[in-house]
Design a protein around this ligand. Structure first.
Ligand code: ZLS
Ligand code: CA
Ligand code: ZN
Length: 393
């Protein structure tokens, strides 16, 4: 139960590939992998690297990536470079028409794409193995969490689905795995991969609905009535949210729903995708969580005392992302109470990036002082989701 043994120390392992600092989707892309390097530097300057086992790991192999992704798609990812994309018309056509990659769009063919994919997937696989081995209680890979990728297609900035690979690794040892996704977007790729499985329960909280009369918030899936198929019926859980949801409303839903899911499903391991685009002030998310509100999800799941895999995901205001993942690393090691917020972020190379947030880890959310009325739809959503969960046998 989440109420006891929370002060117990956990063995935490942490994966970081310094190569991530040099990856660029394009000059003006919203997805900035260097945010993970910023988070890593903060974790270092706050003295937490000594509290975790640093994983010795390697990039995922082609064979490991083929365990989920289709042969043609992996062939393409291996061959694709900015040069081959520019010069090989057949390859370019295959990438664009069949595999969601190309142009100036969401998933461009950028330099070192395959290396990037192998790097973050290798991190999530190594993290999953550390939990399987029993060597660690909590394993962290902030560069992972790419929840949209499907077996044969890149979508929504995600090329290789490291989450599906990691869950499959966990399923070799654990009978049931729960996947919780607090990214502002629906975790469609993970849900679809396990849609008819009763060994994986997927639970996504996400913004849902129209952003203009003709356009849905990406990816458009994740309605409350998507509950899974066949043997997996009731094992997909969706919590659609309105734009602007802040800590109070979010946690009116999160603890009761996740608590109920834990109770009816009785998982042996937990995977938490910590997409940071649900934070206030994100360039894409439109939600209003504070750093503490977001991290409360990590503390709550940590409290169940099960093997816990923490992954990154979205997050487009990169100083907010780095602050949050640093604080959540502190939650994992049980030191969040020791992170000083009365002093400015110490000098560590990236300190100038935090100017817009007053140089403090816990920045002020835009609605922190504005009173807003709580919508009755929150109670309706909660009731419907709990009703779905009560049907799990
Ligand atoms: O969950 O909404 C879309 C698709 C489009 C509209 C935008 N154009 C550029 C592409 C086609 C219909 N895509 C979303 C994807 C959001 C992915 C979230 C990933 C995750 O957080 C996990 C990592 C979207 N929203 C905003 C953009 N794309 C977007 C905004 C601005 C830009 C710059 C860079 C690239 C092209 C111009 C881009 C994408
Ligand atoms: Ca989500
Ligand atoms: Zn997202």
């Amino acid at each position: 139960s989440p109420s006891c043994a929370d002060d117990k120390k956990r063995r935490v392992c942490y994966y970081y590939d310094p190569g991530i600092a040099h990856i660029k989707f394009s000059d003006d892309h919203v997805m900035v992998p260097a945010r993970v390097a910023m988070a890593h530097s903060l974790v270092g300057v706050y003295g937490m690297l000594g509290d975790m086992r640093r994983l010795r790991t390697r990039p995922a192999t082609e064979a490991e990536i083929r365990r989920f992704h289709s042969p043609e798609y992996v062939d393409l990812l291996c061959d694709l470079t900015p040069e081959s994309y520019a010069n090989d018309a057949a390859l370019r056509q295959k990438a664009e028409d069949h595999h969601g990659i190309g142009g100036e769009d969401d998933c461009p063919a950028f330099d070192r794409l395959w290396k990037y994919c192998r790097g973050y997937a290798g991190g999530s696989l190594a993290a999953a193995r550390a939990l399987v081995d029993g060597a660690s209680d909590i394993a962290i890979n902030w560069s992972g969490g790419m929840h949209h990728a499907s077996a044969c297609k890149a979508t929504g900035f995600c090329y290789v689905n490291d989450i599906v690979l990691a869950i499959n690794e966990l399923l070799g040892t654990f009978s049931r795995v729960i996947y919780v996704d607090i990214d502002a977007h629906h975790g469609d790729g993970v849900q679809n991969a396990f849609l008819d499985s009763n060994r994986v329960m997927t639970l996504s909280f996400h913004r849902y609905g129209k952003i203009t009369p003709h356009k849905d918030f990406f990816p458009g899936s994740g309605a409350i009535n998507e509950i899974g198929d066949g043997a997996g019926k009731h094992y997909s859980v969706n919590v659609p949210l309105d734009a602007g949801v802040r800590d109070d409303v979010y946690h009116t839903l999160f603890e009761p729903i996740v608590g109920k899911a834990m109770e009816v499903f009785q998982p042996e391991a937990i995977v938490l995708q910590c997409g940071a685009d649900s934070l206030s002030g994100d360039r894409l998310g439109g939600m209003e969580l504070s750093v503490r509100g977001h991290a409360e999800c990590v503390s709550f799941l940590r409290g169940f005392n099960l093997p816990l895999l923490l992954l990154g995901g979205g997050g487009y205001t990169i100083n907010h992302v780095a602050s949050t993942w640093c604080y959540e690393t502190a939650v994992a090691v049980g030191k969040e109470g020791e992170l000083p917020d009365d002093i400015e972020i110490p000098s560590h190379g990236y300190e100038l990036m935090y100017k817009n947030q007053g140089n403090k880890l816990h920045y002020q959310t835009s609605t922190a002082t504005a009173a807003r009325k709580r919508s009755s739809s929150t109670e309706v959503t909660k009731g419907k989701v709990l009703e779905h969960l009560s049907q799990v046998e």
